[in-house]
Design a protein around this ligand. Structure first.
Ligand code: FAD
Length: 423
């Protein structure tokens, strides 16, 4: 039997490792932490959520919600850990990031079939390689992947949002409420008058940015707030600062910034949609102009980061193997999907397919009536021109039904049938 190597113990890597280990295979899991960490990774634990603590919607009529239901059918470790670490967030599944990672790390470290090797991998290992090193894949391995597929430029840029201590938020100004009162009152809202907004807006668009890099390939879904603001005065009020559904005590506001609970003890909140590339000093100065955040303590500032991925439609097969290198599998954000849940799903599904192959079964992809099948189908067959990582959404699903719940039922039924026949 060939040696199975999983490189990277992030969201995708832990799913792949645990699925295969639980199926009885010996797995060698390589992780560069704690020897080396990317600028966004801070913890020594695995499956670290580097920015938001939200795994998005819990609702089955939402594409990312449905994806989570589908993953549960394969005993996803992300889903198991999220149940142990959930924090209130209305219809969204948010977790205490430390509890979440700690839970998964313990499962990995205590598994008799998993051997952990702390090492920055820069070359392929002997045997099967499942590469799950994420959007911040270290330079050495990026070079190795580049030369494998024969392409130089594997990345563009994204941004992450700041994290604030709850005790430092002025609750005489800020208030708790979920938009349109859906779910619990788990968000803290910072309301603006027009005058306050104008001052904040002007300081934001003129503030100093951190990096001297030319961020010419910024990802639309994770755009720095200052870049979005420069598109026009109204852009933020129709985007992350939208006041709709956030009236309070009969008062309407000109704009509102929402803060989302980040840990179980509710001692930390993150700024929703406020990914930024301002210098830390400027983040402190400009974000302290936000009503309610005059004395905010930032436990982590936002930052701009690299986002490495391959052009999946050019290089990837539906079982995640490289078209020109059968024994090399690429999963996670690196494979051309976008988001925590989507990344975890690719690690899990790749392991399911690999097990099929190791057991000598014919490769049969999951049905396209599932959201996981639709997403893989999309990344493997999208246009190669300007390809960007894709998240779970119903727009990529074939044969859409109007009734979302009926469609979700169809997805789960077809997946049950597929599992019965193929796993
Ligand atoms: C700063 C930032 C913010 C993000 N914010 C969000 C968000 O809010 N919501 C969301 O849904 N998605 C977000 N994403 C996108 C994406 O969902 C996450 O990056 C997700 O963690 C990707 O999962 P992954 O398993 O592919 O990689 P990761 O979770 O990053 O795991 C990769 C692992 O590989 C290790 N590694 C890297 N190189 C090597 C090497 N050469 N040898 C050995 N180990 C190595 C790393 O240390 C890490 O543990 C963000 C990404 C970044 C970078």
């Amino acid at each position: 039997m060939e040696k199975i190597n999983v490189i990277g113990a992030g969201l995708a890597g832990v799913e792949a490792s645990l699925y295969l280990a639980n199926a009885g295979y010996k797995v060698f899991l390589y992780e560069q932490k704690p020897i080396k960490k990317s600028p966004a990774h801070h913890s020594n634990d695995y499956a670290e959520l580097v920015c938001s603590n939200s795994l998005k919607s819990k609702k089955i009529d939402n594409a990312c919600g449905l994806l989570k239901y589908e993953m549960e059918k394969f005993n996803s470790i992300m889903m198991e850990a999220s149940k142990e670490s959930e924090v209130p967030a209305g219809n969204a599944l948010s977790v205490d990031r430390d509890l979440f990672s700690r839970y998964i790390t313990a499962k990995i470290k205590n598994h008799p079939n998993i051997t952990i090797i702390e090492e920055e991998v820069t070359n392929l290992k002997e045997g099967i390689n499942i590469i799950a090193t994420g959007p911040l894949t270290s330079d050495g391995l990026s070079k190795c992947i580049s030369s494998l597929i024969g392409e130089d430029n594997l990345y563009f840029y994204d941004a992450a949002a700041p994290l604030i201590e709850a005790d430092s938020i002025n609750m005489n100004i800020a208030f708790k409420k979920s938009r349109y009162d859906q779910g619990d009152d788990s968000y803290i809202n910072c309301p603006f008058t027009k005058e306050q907004y104008d001052v904040f807006y002007n300081e934001l668009i003129n503030a100093q940015i951190a990096s001297i890099h030319e961020f010419d390939k910024v990802f639309e879904g994770c755009m720095p707030i200052e870049v979005m603001a420069r598109r026009g005065e109204k852009t933020l009020r129709f985007g992350p600062m939208k006041p709709k559904g956030l009236d309070y005590n009969g008062q309407k506001f000109y704009a509102v910034i929402q803060l989302r609970q980040d840990n179980v003890s509710a001692s930390l909140y993150n700024m929703v949609g406020f990914q930024t590339n301002l210098t830390y000093q400027e983040q402190k100065r400009v974000f302290s102009l936000i009503p309610g955040l005059e004395n905010a303590k930032f436990v982590r500032y936002g930052l701009m980061h690299r986002n490495t991925f391959i052009c999946a439609p050019k290089y990837l097969n539906k079982d995640f193997s490289l078209r020109n290198k059968e024994n090399v599998y690429i999963v996670g954000q690196l494979s051309g999907v976008e988001g925590y849940v989507e990344s975890a799903m690719t690690g899990l599904l790749c392991a399911v397919y690999l097990r099929q192959k190791l057991e000598g079964k014919k490769f049969v992809p999951v049905p396209e009536t599932t959201i996981m099948g639709s997403l893989i189908n999309y990344i493997c067959s999208a246009s190669t021109k300007n390809f960007a990582p894709m998240n779970a959404n119903f727009g990529i699903m074939l044969n859409m039904l109007k009734d979302r719940e009926e469609m979700a039922k169809r997805s789960l039924d077809s997946l049950d049938e597929w599992i019965k026949e193929n796993v």
